[in-house]
Ligand binder design. Structure first.
Ligand SMILES: [Zn+2]
Length: 271
């Protein structure tokens, strides 16, 4: 599943090139997770001002309204001059004067949704509940620690929920908790302020490094210019059950939390 770094890497791979383009045509293929929310032809002629990211959504600002793109479980975007005829899993094309942006999504949990503004109902429905952004300087200790103190759930689940801080998916939650030395099952409200700060810094560090390295090597992921990342090759704990901890040599363990696998070192990570 594309996580925040993959989405950010995708954004960086085409945002500059599509900025300023005019929409010339749209092709809507098989139904995605949510409908577009407008007549496709009504967007022809509008200009793409830029592409921002909010959580795992790419927000494409138009001179009138915006398009919200989500990659779902298996989506990827490709942008280029001529992509040829759409293939079986190509479900949405945005043709512009700068090139064609194409959503490939075999499982069709992704979506492209139009909203007249970021304050409108369709945008608020998707973006309204999102927590703070971890990568834009607004992820502050006081708010984060206060949020943890109000939650009794396991810290890994709190990170995944996304209402305190967005974009910390399964891989990055496991890695950040390792770097912070916190056991994934620890109750959020029992985490001290200094440990919360360690975790906050670890979340920012792990996500920023992943973006820098081009996202992870998840099977279904490729950035819009076709380059693959390799973050997963360097994971401390993720997907390493039975292997020795890279820090202390203790065997990495796996457990299930909310039906998702969690990996941790029982020696380096304290309850
Ligand atoms: Zn260890």
């Amino acid at each position: 599943m594309p996580e925040l770094p993959e989405v950010e890497v995708t954004r960086l791979s085409f945002a500059d090139r599509i900025a300023g383009a005019r929409i010339t045509a749209l092709r809507v293929g098989k139904p995605l997770r949510w409908p577009l929310g407008c007549v496709p032809e009504s967007l022809v002629g509008r200009q793409v001002l830029g592409v921002r990211r909010r959580g795992k959504y790419l927000l494409m600002d138009l001179d009138d309204g915006l398009l919200m793109w989500h990659l779902g479980m298996s989506g990827s975007l490709l942008f280029g001059p001529d992509r040829g005829a759409p293939q079986a899993h190509d479900h949405f094309d945005l043709d512009t004067t700068h090139g064609l942006l194409r959503l490939n999504d075999p499982r069709r949990f992704g979506a492209v949704v139009y909203a007249p503004s970021e304050q409108s109902a369709p945008a608020n429905k998707l973006l309204g509940h999102l927590g703070v952004e971890p990568l834009n300087g607004g992820f502050e200790l006081a708010t984060f620690h206060q949020g943890l103190r109000q939650r009794k759930a396991a810290i890994k689940q709190v990170l995944l929920a996304g209402d305190l801080v967005v974009g910390v998916g399964n891989i990055y939650a496991s890695e950040a908790l390792f770097l912070a030395g916190i056991r994934p099952t620890t109750r959020a409200d029992r985490i001290s302020r200094p440990r919360a700060d360690k975790l906050r810094l670890a979340v920012m560090d792990v996500l920023a490094r992943a973006v820098k390295k081009g996202g992870s090597t998840l099977r279904d992921f490729s950035a819009a210019d076709g380059k693959n990342g390799y973050f997963q090759l360097e994971a401390h704990v993720y997907d390493r059950v039975g292997e020795p901890c890279r820090v202390c040599g203790t065997t990495i363990r796996r457990l299930l939390q909310g039906q998702r696998s969690t990996y941790y070192c029982p020696n380096c990570q304290k309850p």
